[in-house]
Ligand binder design. Structure first.
Ligand SMILES: Nc1ncnc2c1ncn2[C@@H]1O[C@H](COP(=O)(O)OP(=O)(O)O)[C@@H](O)[C@H]1O
Ligand SMILES: [Mg+2]
Length: 331
């Protein structure tokens, strides 16, 4: 049986949250850090299945993984390569890192989970990425946009010199300057589309239509919206995520797709709102994306999953890209 006094005192003194469960997945011991992290009193956790700490949608899978772990125990991180989420008593989800190790006492094996809250680390990482994005934009504006305006100013100066002697040449120079300036305006508009904070009015269809209009105006790209006249009520955080994802998807299309046709469709079906953003552009190999540099798509997926929805991306080189999000309309 678990555990003697010294053992308990050691677990209590650890800086990380610790949860020890038996082979059946029943919690036998937690420390104060675990109580604080998950927002439960100790008595509310003891004798409960560990799945109480796992978001609803991952509980079944967790039971399967737990059984497997009992059959092949060893010290290792849980869920290598996937983003793990913990669930607090109040239902709030938060990113965690968990390391597992077996604890053998006589004939019994227990599973020790050491759980670390990654919220703060992720927050810092996001801050850093925002800072890098800012620097990239500053550089783009300096090297691209400012240089173009500079070149246009030079062309206009030349036109000024020609204006009396050779008005035809001067006219041509002015003409190409106008074209150039229109290009610069397009670039700046596209930046503004990317940078403008997303504003949710509470009416998702209205916000989507406005986003599409703004995107069309700033990029001159063709977008066909297929929005129903009304949809079932959607929780505010889910509606906001849908809007964010649409903006990010459109922004990706502008930056990467070289598409000629874009479709944004919303369907209200089977107690869920379905969003689809499709383009006929260059496409890409989704499976080949690795590492920290591309966070847009990863964030979309995570955000959706965290809100109980499903995210799906279909793309292949030369075959365009289709992104689908399904958000449940229930609580
Ligand atoms: N609609 C799209 N068409 C073509 N390629 C895309 C599209 N969306 C995403 N990609 C590819 O996937 C990569 C990752 O996208 P994302 O995670 O948003 O990161 P970022 O936009 O910062 O590069 C992009 O760099 C691009 O190569
Ligand atoms: Mg992106």
């Amino acid at each position: 049986m678990l555990p003697d006094k010294i053992f308990k005192a050691v677990v209590e003194a650890l800086p990380d949250a610790v949860v020890i469960a038996n082979q059946a997945g029943t919690i036998e011991l937690v420390n104060g850090q675990a109580e604080a992290l998950f927002g439960y009193e100790r008595d509310e956790l003891l004798a409960q299945p560990v799945e109480i700490l796992v978001p609803d949608e991952f509980r079944d899978a967790h039971i399967g993984h737990r059984d497997q772990y009992v059959r092949h125990p060893g010290t290792r991180p849980m869920g290598v390569g996937v983003e793990l989420l913990g669930r607090r008593k109040n239902g709030q989800m938060f990113p965690v890192e968990i390391s597992l190790s077996p604890l053998v006492r006589g004939t019994d094996t227990y599973i020790t989970s050491v759980i670390r809250d990654l919220s703060e680390r992720n927050h810092m990482r996001n801050q850093l990425e925002m800072e890098q994005e800012r620097q990239r934009i500053a550089m783009d504006l300096h090297d691209g946009t400012i240089q173009s305006i500079y070149a246009t100013a030079l062309a206009l100066e030349l036109a000024l010199g020609d204006i009396v002697q050779d008005p035809v040449v001067a006219g041509k120079r002015v003409d190409s300057s106008i074209t150039q300036l229109n290009g610069v305006i397009g670039d700046i508009r596209a930046y503004i589309f990317d940078l403008r904070p997303v504003h949710c009015s509470g009416d998702l269809l209205h916000d989507l239509a406005a986003t599409i209009d703004e995107f069309r105006a700033s990029t001159q790209l063709q977008v066909s919206p297929q929005l129903p006249p009304s949809i079932s009520e959607l929780r505010d955080d889910r509606a906001a995520a849908m809007l964010h994802i649409t903006r990010e998807a459109l922004s990706n299309i502008r930056k990467h797709a070289r598409a000629s046709a874009i479709a944004v469709a919303v369907v209200d079906l089977d107690q869920a709102i379905h969003l689809q953003v499709q383009d006929d552009g260059v496409g890409f190999q989704a499976a080949a994306l690795q590492g920290q540099t591309h966070r847009g798509l990863r964030n979309m997926r995570l955000r959706t999953q965290r809100l109980g929805g499903a995210f799906d991306l279909e793309s292949a080189p030369g075959a365009g890209t289709t992104l689908r999000v399904r958000m449940p309309t229930g609580l």
